[in-house]
Design a protein around this ligand. Structure first.
Ligand code: HEC
Length: 201
């Protein structure tokens, strides 16, 4: 290592010199790209610093949409709960019924009938004796299992069974229940298939 091998301009005690050179284009490009991607990420995921918005939501609207529903959806959720409590033991939580205990509600003409008069009478008054359900003969008895529910709650149960498991029938309202309940009066006799068939669907 001899002194002569160093370039003459860089001697050990030379003053440091500041030099300038232009920032390479690629650094500018990469920086701007990262900033841009960072901004896109912020825009998509931050909820714009709204303290009410947290992962994985990205806006207060989206958060709102994930909240428990009000109105119809809430009624159906309530209907499912009441169905499982008051009807599921016999008809099954899946509505399929149980051999020797209760017929199916899935695709049953009593459940999905275009009107709902017959259907509403069944839980309000009960039904007994020979009953045909989807071509199958039953001969059991069901008490007025829905009579203790409020009009709203029974409407929600019936809306739930008319719209679940592949059933696609219209909603039942609390008013529909009220009309039948008022007409039936207190402690009505259980219905038979003949009596049910005698009224409009
Ligand atoms: C204790 C058992 C039991 C409970 C609980 C019960 N059911 Fe039934 N349900 C029956 C039986 C048994 C029949 C058939 C009666 C017959 O053979 O005449 C029936 C028939 C029906 C039918 C007509 C037939 C069909 O399958 O479509 C409907 C509709 C019905 N029930 C709805 C309900 C609803 C709604 C509830 C709850 C509010 C309920 N049931 C609770 C036993 C029950």
């Amino acid at each position: 290592m001899s002194e002569e091998s160093k370039p003459s301009s860089v001697s050990a005690n030379a003053e440091p010199t500041a030099t300038r050179s232009t920032v390479p284009m690629w650094i500018i490009t990469v920086t701007l790209t990262l900033l841009f991607l960072g901004f896109v990420f912020f825009d998509k995921h931050s909820g714009w610093f709204d303290a009410n918005v947290y992962a994985p939501y990205s806006s207060s609207e989206e958060l709102e949409a994930a909240q428990p529903k009000s109105g119809a959806a809430a009624a159906i959720a309530q209907g499912k709960k009441n169905f499982e409590t008051y009807c599921g033991a016999c008809h099954g939580a899946d509505g399929m019924g149980k051999p020797g205990q209760a017929p199916t509600l899935v695709g049953s003409e009593w459940v999905v009938g275009t009107g709902m008069k017959r259907l509403i009478h069944i839980p309000l008054a009960g039904v007994g004796g020979p009953l045909k359900v989807k071509g199958q003969d039953w001969n059991l008895a069901m008490a007025a299992m829905g009579a203790g529910l409020s009009n709203e709650d029974l409407a929600a149960v019936l809306t739930y069974i008319r719209g679940s498991w592949g059933n696609h029938a219209s909603e039942v309202t609390a008013d529909d229940i009220k009309q039948v309940r008022d007409a039936l009066g207190k402690s009505p006799q259980p219905y038979t298939m003949e009596k049910l068939m005698a009224m409009p669907e």
